[in-house]
Write a protein that binds this ligand. Structure first.
Ligand code: 13P
Length: 251
C-alpha cells in the first residue's frame, strides 16, 4: 500500500533533558511553524518534569507534545506515577506505552501495556504502542511471531472515534547504531499492517506504523520511504533540534 498517511516524526527523550534543553524544544516549535516547515506531524515526548514547559513553548505551533509512560489508573495511591489524565491536563496529546525499556526495566507485560493504552484513550490521548523483538528472537526467526503476539496482547478494543499509533522498535536496534535492513522493516511493517487491518478494518488501514531504532538524519530518508512506514520514533537523534528536524525534513 502506498504511504498516503501523513507521517508522524516522534521524539522520545527518555530520561534526558534538563531545563536548559527547553531551547531545543523552542527551536523545534519555531521550525515547524515557519515557512520551511516539514511536511509531516512532529511530536516531542520530553521527561515529565519538562512537559508543561514544553507545552507552553509549543502552544502557538503545530509541534505536539506527549508523555513517555502513564499509569493504568486515573488517580490513587501510586507514589511517583503519572496518570494519563495528568499528562492530558498538562497539554500532552500523545503518550508512549510499552516501550521496550519499560517492558524490561519495569516488567511491563502486554496486559499492562494494553491497560495503559486504554487509560490513555480514556483520557483523550493517542497511545503510541511499542512492540519489537529482541536480537535473540530475531536470530531464532521469531520476530514476526513475537510482534504479532505483542499486538494481540497490547492493543485494546477501540471505539469508533479512537486512534492509536503502533511503533515497531526492534530491541537490538535501540541506541545501538544498528538498524533493521529495509527488507526486514518492509516485511515487519507489512505484517503489522495485516494484523491491524484484520482487527480494525478500515481504521487499521489508516493507523500509523512508526519505525524506531537508531533513526538518524543519514538513514531517515531511506527508512521513511518504505511502504507502511508512516513515520519514526526517534531516541538519541531527537535530543538536538537540528538532527530531529533533519529527520522530519526527510519524511
Ligand atoms: P534510538 O533512536 O536512540 O535508537 O532510540 C529509539 C527509541 O527507543 C525510541 O523510542
Amino acid at each position: 500500500m502506498p504511504n498516503t498517511i501523513r507521517p508522524l516524526i516522534a521524539g522520545n527523550w527518555k530520561m534526558n533533558g534538563l531545563r536548559a534543553s527547553l531551547r531545543e524544544i523552542r527551536a523545534m516549535a519555531e521550525k515547524v511553524s515557519g515557512k520551511d516547515r516539514p511536511d509531516c506531524d512532529v511530536l516531542v515526548c520530553p521527561p515529565a518534569t519538562l512537559l508543561a514547559e514544553a507545552v507552553a513553548l509549543s502552544a502557538d505551533s503545530p509541534l505536539a507534545t506527549g508523555g513517555q509512560n502513564c499509569h493504568v489508573a486515573r488517580t490513587g495511591a501510586h507514589t511517583g506515577d503519572v496518570s494519563a489524565e495528568m499528562l492530558a491536563d498538562a497539554g500532552a496529546r500523545f503518550v508512549i506505552v510499552g516501550h521496550s525499556e519499560r517492558r524490561s526495566d519495569h516488567g511491563e507485560t502486554d496486559g499492562v501495556v494494553q491497560a495503559k493504552a486504554r487509560a490513555a484513550l480514556d483520557a483523550g490521548l493517542v497511545p503510541i504502542i511499542c512492540v519489537g523483538e529482541t536480537g535473540a528472537q530475531r536470530l531464532d526467526a521469531l520476530a514476526i511471531t513475537v510482534v504479532e503476539h505483542q499486538l494481540d496482547g497490547s492493543v485494546p478494543q477501540l471505539q469508533e472515534n479512537e486512534q492509536i499509533v503502533i511503533a515497531y522498535e526492534p530491541v537490538w536496534a535501540i541506541g545501538t547504531g544498528e538498524v533493521a535492513t529495509p527488507a526486514d522493516i518492509l516485511r515487519m511493517h507489512a505484517s503489522i499492517r495485516d494484523w491491524l487491518v484484520s482487527r480494525l478494518a478500515l481504521k487499521g488501514q489508516e493507523t500509523r506504523i512508526l519505525y524506531g531504532g537508531s533513526v538518524k538524519p543519514e538513514n531517515a530518508a531511506e527508512i521513511l520511504a518504505l511502504a507502511n512506514v508512516n513515520g519514526g520514533l526517534v531516541g538519541g537523534a531527537s535530543l538536538k533540534a537540528r538532527d530531529f528536524l533533519a529527520i522530519a525534513d526527510a519524511a
